[in-house]
Design a protein around this ligand. Sequence first.
Ligand SMILES: [Zn+2]
Length: 254
Amino acid sequence: MRILLIILILLLILRLFRKKKSPPDLQPAAMAPDEVHAALETHVSFYKRLDAAGQERFRSRVKHFLDTTRISPVDGVAVTELDRLYVASSAIIPIFHFDDWAYNNLDEVLLYPGTFSKDFDHEAEERNVLGMVGDGAMHRMMILSQPSLRAGFEQRGAGNTGIHEFVHLLDKADGATDGVPEYMIPKALVAPWISQMHRAIRAIREGASDLNPYAGTNEAEFFAVLSEYFFQKPQFLKEHHPELYTILDQVYRR
Ligand SMILES: [Zn+2]
C-alpha cells in the first residue's frame, strides 16, 4: 500500500515536471489582459499617451495582429510574450488612426538572434541589417533582429527598428517603396512632401542636418527614419523640423 502511494506521488511529480518543460518552438503562453496593459504601459510610450478608450482599442488591434500573424524564432531565439507585444505594437502604432486597416501584405515575422546581412545570412561577414521587409522568396515576410526590436522600446531613443520596418511595409503597399505612401498621404500633400523630403536629404548628404544620416540613403529610408522620429521623439521633430512634422502629422492622421 505504501509503495503504491510512493509510486503515485512519484508519477505526480514527474507529470508536474513534464508540464513545466515545453518545447522551444511553442508560442509562449498568452498574457492575461491586465498583464498586457501593464507591459504596454511600461514599455510602449505611444500606448501610455492614449486615453483609456484608446488603450482598449490598441489592445484589441494588437490581439488581432497576433491572431493573424505568425511570429517565428530563427536559430534558437526564445520569443517571449513581450517580444510578441513589441512586434504587434510596431505594427499598430503607424496605422492606429486608420480604424479598419490591417497588414494584408504580411504573413510572418522572423526574429533573428542578432543583425544579419542583406541575404538573410546572420553569419555572413557584412552584418549590419537590423530589420528587413522580404522580397522574392521572402515575400510577405518581415525579418527583425530581436535585440534591436527590444532596444527600440526599452532604450527610449529616437530609433525603433520595428516601427521602421512596418513603415516600409506601408510605403510598399501602393507598389513602390519610394517614401510616398500613396494610400496614407492626402493628395494635396504629395508634392510638398517630395520637395521637403529632397531638401532634407540634400542637407543630410551635405552634413548640414541634425537628422540620422541613414535617412539620407534614399526616399524610402528617409520616410521610415522620419516616422521613427515622429513616433519616438515627436517634440524634437516639431521643434527642429516643423515643416516635416506637419506633413507627417497628416499622413498618420493624428
Ligand atoms: Zn529601412
